[in-house]
Design a protein around this ligand. Structure first.
Ligand SMILES: CC(=O)N[C@H]1[C@@H](OP(=O)(O)OP(=O)(O)OC[C@H]2O[C@@H](n3ccc(=O)[nH]c3=O)[C@H](O)[C@@H]2O)O[C@H](CO)[C@@H](O)[C@@H]1O
Ligand SMILES: C=C(OP(=O)(O)O)C(=O)O
Length: 424
C-alpha cells in the first residue's frame, strides 16, 4: 500500500529570500508527448521533477521509447523504436493529460488507441473537441466503455478546424496530429497559452511548419518527417504565480527567479491592484514581490489566456480571505473548481458560493485546521493560507500537490516557512 503523507505547516511570519521556478508542467507534458514524433534523439532541459512528468515518461516507455535522465531536469528521449500506438487505460486513468499523446500517435501511426480518461475533481472534462479535430483530418473515432479508437485509411489530410472553445489540450492534440498530415491545417479559435507557443517552437525545431501559435489562428503545413532537437521548457507561470501570491499573503519580500512576466500579466496586475509591490527585472527573468500594508480586495474572472488563469484562482482566493473587504471570483473555465472553499472556510475564511461565483469576505485571521487537498491548485491554496494561519495546519491528500510543485517543501523552507512532510 502507498504510504500516506501530510504537509504540516505552522504559520510563521513573512516569506523572505529567493526562489527559483521550475519548468512548466503544462509545457513539459505535451512536449514529452510530442517526442513520439521524433525519429532521432531529443534532449529536453528544464523538465520539472513532478509526479505528472513521471507518468508521461511511463507512457513513453510503455510505447517503446528509451528515456534517460541526464541530470535532475534534463531528459534524453529516443522514440525511434516505438512499437505500439496503444496507451493502456491505467496510464490514461492515472493522469488525464496523458490524452495529449493521442495526437502524436495518430500522426505517426495513423491510428491510436486507449480508453477514455475520466473526469476529474474540477469537472467532467470531455474530449469532444479533440475528436472533432482528429475527424476533420480524416480520422474516424469509436468511443465506448471499452475503448477510444482513432483510425484512418492510412492518411491524414489537412483541413480547417474550428474549436467551440479555445481548449488547450485540443489545440495541442490537433496541432500534433496535423504536423505530418498531407497539406495544410488551420485551427481557428485556438488556445493562445504560452504552453501552446512552447510546443509549437519545439515542433518547429524538429522540422514542423507551424505559424500563428500564440494567436487564435494556427496554420500547420504537413511535412514528411520530424527529426531530433534540444529544447528548454519554459518556466512554470502557475508555480511562479503561487510563490508570488504566497509572498503577498505573508507580507513578505520574495525574489522570484526564472519567471516570464509577460506570461502572468493578469496575476501581476491583480497583485498590484491589491496593493502589493511588484517589480519586474525583465532582462533577467526576475520578479520581486513585497507587501507592507493590508491588501485591498479585488474581483477576478477566470478566462482562457491572456485572461486570468483558472490555475491560479484557488491561490488568489486564499489571498483574498485576509484582505480588507469583500472580493469576488467568477470561474468560467471549469464547472467545479471551488472545492477549496470548504477547506478554506475550515481555516476561518468567510467564503460563500453560488454556482460559479464566490464571494470572499476578508477576515482578520485564519487558524490552523486539518484540511484536504481536493485537487492540485486547491492544495496550493491551502499551503498558502496555512503560512499565515494561527497554529498548525495539517494538509492531507498531498499527492495532488506533488503533481505540480517540485521541491515545494524545500522551496518554502528556504523562504522561511515552517513546513514539513510527515508520513502517517
Ligand atoms: C495539462 C494541462 O495543460 N492542463 C491545463 C489545460 O487543461 P485542458 O487542456 O484539459 O483544458 P481545456 O482548455 O481543454 O479545457 C477548458 C474547458 O473546455 C472544456 N473542454 C475541453 C476539451 C473538450 O474536448 N471539450 C470541452 O468541453 C473543458 O471541460 C473545460 O471546461 O488547460 C486548462 C485551462 O487553462 C488548465 O487549467 C490546465 O492546467
Ligand atoms: C488543472 C491542472 O492540470 P491538469 O489539466 O493536468 O489536471 C492544473 O495544472 O491546475
Amino acid at each position: 500500500m502507498n504510504k500516506k503523507e501530510l504537509l504540516v505547516i505552522n504559520g510563521a511570519g513573512p516569506l523572505c529570500g529567493e526562489v527559483s521556478i521550475s519548468g512548466a508542467k503544462n509545457s513539459a507534458l505535451p512536449i514529452l508527448a510530442a517526442c513520439v514524433l521524433g525519429t532521432e534523439e531529443i534532449i529536453l532541459d528544464g523538465v520539472p521533477a513532478l509526479k505528472d512528468v513521471e507518468i508521461m515518461i511511463e507512457v513513453l516507455r510503455h510505447l517503446g521509447a528509451k528515456v534517460d535522465y541526464l541530470d535532475k531536469d534534463t531528459v534524453k528521449i529516443d522514440s525511434s523504436n516505438i512499437n505500439t500506438c496503444e496507451t493502456p487505460y491505467e496510464l490514461m486513468d492515472k493522469m488525464r493529460a496523458s490524452f495529449v499523446v493521442m495526437g502524436p500517435l495518430l500522426s505517426r501511426f495513423k491510428k491510436a488507441y486507449t480508453k477514455a480518461p475520466g473526469g476529474c475533481n474540477i469537472g467532467a472534462r470531455p474530449i469532444d473537441f479533440h475528436l472533432k479535430g482528429f475527424e476533420a483530418l480524416g480520422a474516424t473515432s469509436r468511443v465506448n466503455d471499452e475503448e477510444i479508437a482513432i483510425e484512418t485509411n492510412g492518411e491524414l489530410i489537412g483541413n480547417e478546424v474550428y474549436l467551440d472553445f479555445p481548449s488547450v489540450g485540443a489545440t495541442q492534440n490537433i496541432m500534433m496530429a496535423a504536423v505530418l498530415a498531407d497539406g495544410e491545417t488551420t485551427i481557428e479559435n485556438a488556445a493562445k497559452e504560452p504552453e501552446i507557443v512552447d510546443l509549437a517552437s519545439f515542433l518547429s525545431k524538429m522540422g514542423a511548419k507551424i505559424k500563428g501559435a500564440g494567436t487564435s489562428t494556427i496554420v500547420i503545413k504537413g511535412v514528411e518527417k520530424l527529426t531530433g532537437t534540444r529544447h528548454t521548457i519554459i518556466p512554470d507561470r502557475i508555480e511562479a504565480a503561487s510563490y508570488m501570491i504566497a509572498a503577498a499573503m505573508t507580507k513578505g519580500n520574495v525574489t522570484i527567479n526564472n519567471v516570464i512576466g509577460s506570461h502572468i500579466r493578469p496575476v501581476i496586475a491583480k497583485l498590484i491592484e491589491m496593493g502589493a509591490n511588484v517589480e519586474e527585472l525583465e532582462d533577467e527573468d526576475v520578479i520581486k514581490v513585497s507587501v507592507d500594508s493590508k491588501l485591498k480586495p479585488t474581483n477576478i474572472q477566470t478566462l482562457p489566456y491572456p485572461g486570468f488563469p483558472t490555475d491560479a484562482q484557488a491561490q488568489f482566493m486564499a489571498l483574498m480571505t485576509i484582505c480588507d473587504g469583500e472580493s469576488k471570483i467568477q470561474e468560467t473555465v471549469f464547472e467545479n473548481r471551488f472545492m477549496h472553499v470548504e477547506q478554506l472556510n475550515k481555516m476561518g475564511a468567510a467564503i460563500a458560493t453560488s454556482g460559479n461565483r464566490a464571494t470572499i469576505v476578508g477576515v482578520d485571521k485564519l487558524h490552523g485546521a486539518d484540511v484536504k487537498a481536493t485537487d492540485l491548485r486547491a492544495g496550493a491554496a491551502l499551503v498558502i493560507a496555512a503560512l499565515v494561519a494561527e497554529g498548525e495546519t495539517r494538509i492531507s491528500d498531498i499527492y495532488h500537490i506533488d503533481r505540480g510543485y517540485s521541491d515545494l517543501v524545500e522551496k518554502f523552507t528556504k523562504l522561511g516557512a515552517n513546513i514539513k512532510r510527515v508520513e502517517i
